[in-house]
Each structure stands twice: as structure tokens, then as C-alpha cells.
Design a protein around this ligand. Structure first.
Ligand SMILES: [Zn+2]
Ligand SMILES: [Zn+2]
Length: 271
């Protein structure tokens, strides 16, 4: 079988030599027809006026031909050079290739994203004054330019998934609903309050007669203490221990047969 490989042009070779990539922002998640020059070492955008100087900061020595080719190429591209040149992508999309993925924070009151709790506290006091203490979640974040950054949250798990992929649709359509439902559970106001799970299962009522004194409480606890399977009273905890072991083995066998996105789903929301 013949495979046609496009020959590398002078500008391709110059970009490669300079450690740069031209990222088409329209092909990614940013809705604009701009491109950006990205340094593969810094994993961030480079100003259109300084690609040659930038590559030199990494100790790269370009040939005269590379410099000529780069100088010719740059004016032919419509390049973004700073954050304000384009609209950032919406939060929670797949990461943009070649851009550094960092640990950050996402505001739960609006779409604001930043890196540190201090910046988030500042945002909260400016935008959400009177709405209580800062409410935010940890998230993976990116910014195209490190200088005057504009962060947006990304979901690395979406990397390489098509726009109509089932797991991707689940994350975009169902996950916000599940997260919102999670937030409806009001934290306990007293240590004696019956937890939500017990309110449904009523285990504490079923076990009431076994919780009258310390000895009976201890005996009930021993039944679920799997460590007892190897101690003085091997029969205690053994049924639970073997149930859990066979369950884990069964899951292990099944996990090997399913696709990675489904595996991720099970790890995030185990039944
Ligand atoms: Zn760099
Ligand atoms: Zn906010």
C-alpha cells in the first residue's frame, strides 16, 4: 500500500527548528478564525513579534534559512498575540493541544476560573459580595497566554473524544444535574442528626435492639470487621470478607472488558 506523505515545507522546518507550533484556534474549542504560535517547551502562546527571540531564550540556534522562512511565514498568518485578541473557550471542554494543563479553581457562583485561593477570594469579594464565603471547586485549567492570563477550566478526560461521544454527552448533559443534586444535601446542623443515608435505610432503627449497651454494639461491629477473619474468631467478618473479595475479583474481570470512558465513569460514580 502506498502512503502519501506531504513533504515538509521550509516554514514547517523552521517552525519545528524553533520549537513552535501554529495552533488553529478555530479547530479547537475557541470560536474564532485566529491562530496562535505555541512554544512546545513553555506549552503556551508566543507573541507574533517575538518567535525568533523566544526560541533563543531556550538556547535554540536557528539557521539563516530558518529565520528567513519564519520571517516570511508570520505575516501570512492571522495570529493572536494576547488574551484579549480572542474569546476564551467555554469551561469544561477538552484541553487545547500543546497548552499547559494546570491545577486551578472554578467559581461555583459564575464562570470565573483562576489558579489560587487568594485570587478566588478577591474575585468573590468583588463579584459575590454578601453571598457568604467563597464557594469554588478544584479544576484543571488552561490559559493560552501566560502573560495577563485568562484561565478556563478543562476536562482532560475528554481528550480525543468526538463531539457526539456518549461519555462526552453524559459529562455535558447529566453531570451538571448530578452535581446540582449533590449540593441539595444540606450539611448536618448537629452531631446527633440522622445522616441522609440512614434516613433512607433506617438501619439505626433496624439495629436498635443491638445498640443498647457497649457489649452488643461491639458484637455488631465485629460482624462487619473484616480484620477478624484472620484473628481469634475467624468466623467473624469472614462472610463479608469473602463477599467483598469475590465482588472485587468480578469487577476486575469486567473492567478489563470495557472501554476506557466507561471505566472512568465507574471510577467517578461507583454504584
Ligand atoms: Zn518557550
Ligand atoms: Zn464567581
Amino acid at each position: 500500500m502506498n502512503v502519501d506523505i506531504e513533504p515538509e515545507t521550509g516554514s514547517d522546518a523552521a517552525l519545528r527548528a524553533a520549537g513552535l507550533k501554529v495552533l488553529d484556534l478555530q479547530k479547537g474549542t475557541i470560536n474564532t478564525n485566529l491562530c496562535v504560535l505555541v512554544c512546545v517547551t513553555c506549552e503556551g502562546g508566543v507573541h507574533k513579534k517575538s518567535p525568533i527571540v523566544h526560541s533563543q531564550t531556550h538556547g535554540i540556534k536557528l539557521t539563516k534559512q530558518h529565520i528567513t522562512d519564519l520571517t516570511k511565514l508570520i505575516p501570512t498568518l492571522r495570529l493572536a498575540s494576547e488574551t484579549t485578541d480572542f474569546v476564551s473557550p467555554p469551561n469544561d471542554q477538552a484541553p487545547i493541544d500543546y497548552i499547559k494543563i494546570q491545577d486551578g479553581l472554578k467559581c461555583n457562583g459564575c464562570s470565573y476560573v483562576c489558579r489560587t485561593p487568594k485570587t478566588m477570594a478577591h474575585h468573590w469579594s468583588n463579584v459575590h459580595k454578601g453571598e457568604g464565603s467563597p464557594d469554588y471547586s478544584k479544576s484543571k485549567v488552561q490559559t493560552v497566554f501566560a502573560k495577563r492570563p485568562k484561565f478556563f477550566s478543562v476536562l482532560p478526560v475528554l481528550t480525543g473524544l468526538a463531539s457526539d461521544d456518549m461519555y462526552r454527552l453524559y459529562l455535558s448533559q447529566c453531570l451538571p444535574e448530578i452535581t446540582a443534586a449533590d449540593q441539595k444535601i444540606i450539611p448536618a446542623i448537629s452531631q446527633n442528626e440522622v445522616p441522609p443515608l440512614l434516613r433512607v435505610t433506617l438501619w439505626h432503627e433496624h439495629l436498635e435492639r443491638f445498640t443498647k449497651d457497649k457489649v452488643s454494639v461491639r458484637n455488631v461491629r465485629l460482624l462487619i470487621d473484616t480484620m477478624n477473619a484472620s484473628k481469634k474468631t475467624p468466623w467473624l467478618g469472614k462472610p463479608l470478607y469473602s463477599t467483598i473479595s469475590s465482588y472485587m475479583l468480578d469487577i476486575k474481570t469486567k473492567m478489563k472488558k470495557i472501554l476506557i470512558p466507561a471505566r472512568m465513569l465507574l471510577m467517578q460514580y461507583p454504584v
